[in-house]
Design a binder for this molecule. Structure first.
Ligand SMILES: Cc1ncc(COP(=O)(O)O)c(C=O)c1O
Length: 399
């Protein structure tokens, strides 16, 4: 393992000559694949079978996906839809009203919050916990207003939030709870599937997700009346043939997507375990490198590592997080930043953040986090390369 720093200072930043980015020999000439999205032969065959049947609309395959994924996540009703953004819209519409205040994470993917705004809700931005990156429920309690009627919490990167704390705040103040599990298929809390908690849970099956069908999504809930309402909204408010009892949408899935989802579902448990195994290896590597921290898991939660997001403390190095990642890339280890800015820094939410300010932890995370390659196709060689590259770059840029 090469950790030597051949440092040659340039201005305030050193320019270590052993690094590949400065002309040194890379740890690996071929890059570690950042993700694995290729379809298996069976996925393709199942999609072809639907094409041959001519039954392209939402039919048996979508129903099968709903039944099986519902069982696997511990929910009574699972409803497929066009994508994870539609899933959020379908869940939000019956659960809060325009003008309501909704507690939302300042650290998440934009859709969790933009669909609150699309519904006419006022997002109240809650800070993140620095080590798990999940919504900070102590901050949520501080930010509660008289107009707050709901919490929209993201199980981010594949790790469940502190569900006990969310549910306690919700029952104390009569709030509805929507969990965005777009990144957390098959994660559990206290041994139960995420479908057991809250008023509704939403999923995305976007191509890169742990269960990826291209585009696709789903909503789960345990209340019969709410499920009926969501199903109606999903299909133009239709409750009987050409009877539309409310204004709705066409947010349905189709059976080609459903067939790919069912086929991939066969492998999801095994593929999730591979992600956990790789994460355990990364944890061990990172725990020995001063200035880097592995993601922490919420107590009682079992994560699924949609992303493996580590933190780099720029004070411990002579480079920024972005320079650190550039150097890793040159060594053969691609990274990604989830996310380069907190949601209150998004121009789309300026009118809310002007009034509310910027939660400090979320702001700080945007300069510290980086995601390492994680997926079911990682080999021991890949994780070894990642470890060597992290040690080499950290050693070279040591402050
Ligand atoms: C946390 C989260 N919520 C919602 C979405 C939206 O899902 P989709 O892209 O399927 O609309 C995503 C997708 O990246 C996400 O990561």
């Amino acid at each position: 393992m090469s950790t030597a720093a051949a440092a040659a200072p340039t201005g305030s930043l050193s320019k270590p000559t052993n690094l590949a980015i400065n002309g040194g020999t890379p740890v690996s000439k071929t890059a570690v694949p950042f993700m694995q999205t290729a379809l298996a032969e069976n996925d393709i065959n199942q999609a072809i079978a639907v094409l041959k049947s001519g039954m392209l609309r939402a039919a048996k395959k979508c129903e099968e996906l709903e039944r099986r994924f519902g069982q696997m996540t511990g929910s009574r009703h699972m409803m497929t839809c066009a994508n994870g953004t539609c899933a959020l819209q379908l869940a939000y519409e019956p659960l809060f009203q325009p003008g309501d205040d909704v507690l939302v994470p300042a650290w998440s993917y934009i859709a969790t919050v933009s669909m609150v705004v699309a519904r006419g809700g006022n997002p109240i931005f809650v800070d993140a916990l620095p080590d798990t990156f999940q919504i900070d429920m102590a901050d949520a309690a501080r930010k509660l207003t008289r107009k707050t009627t709901a919490i929209a919490a993201t199980h981010l990167y594949g790790c469940p939030v502190d569900i006990d704390a969310v549910q306690a705040l919700a029952s104390k103040h009569g709030l509805k709870v929507i969990y965005d599990a777009a990144q957390s298929h098959l994660a559990t809390y206290k041994g139960k599937g995420l479908g057991a908690f809250g008023d509704a849970v939403t999923y995305s099956f976007y191509a890169t997700k742990n269960l990826g069908t291209g585009e696709g999504g789903a909503i789960s809930c345990n209340d019969d009346a709410l499920a009926a309402q969501i199903k109606a909204l999903r299909s133009h408010g239709e409750t009987d043939k050409y009877l539309h009892t409310q204004v709705g949408y066409n947010y349905r899935m189709n059976d080609i997507t459903g067939a790919i989802g069912c086929s991939k579902l066969d492998r999801l448990e095994a593929e999730t375990q591979k992600r956990r195994d790789a994460a355990a290896k990364y944890d061990a590597i990172i725990s020995k490198i001063d200035g880097l921290s592995a993601p922490r898991t919420t107590p009682n939660a079992t994560p699924v590592y949609h992303l493996y997001v580590a933190k780099m403390d720029p004070a411990k190095f002579t480079c920024t997080r972005d320079q650190f990642c550039e150097a890793l890339k040159a060594e053969g280890v691609p990274t990604a930043i989830h996310y380069p800015r907190s949601l209150t820094r998004q121009p789309a939410f300026k009118r809310f953040s002007d009034a509310q300010g910027h939660p400090p932890i979320a702001d700080k995370l945007s300069t510290m986090v980086f995601a390492l390659p994680i997926h079911h196709g990682l080999t021991d060689d890949h994780t070894r390369t990642v470890g060597e590259a992290l040690n080499k770059v950290a050693g070279a840029y040591r402050a």
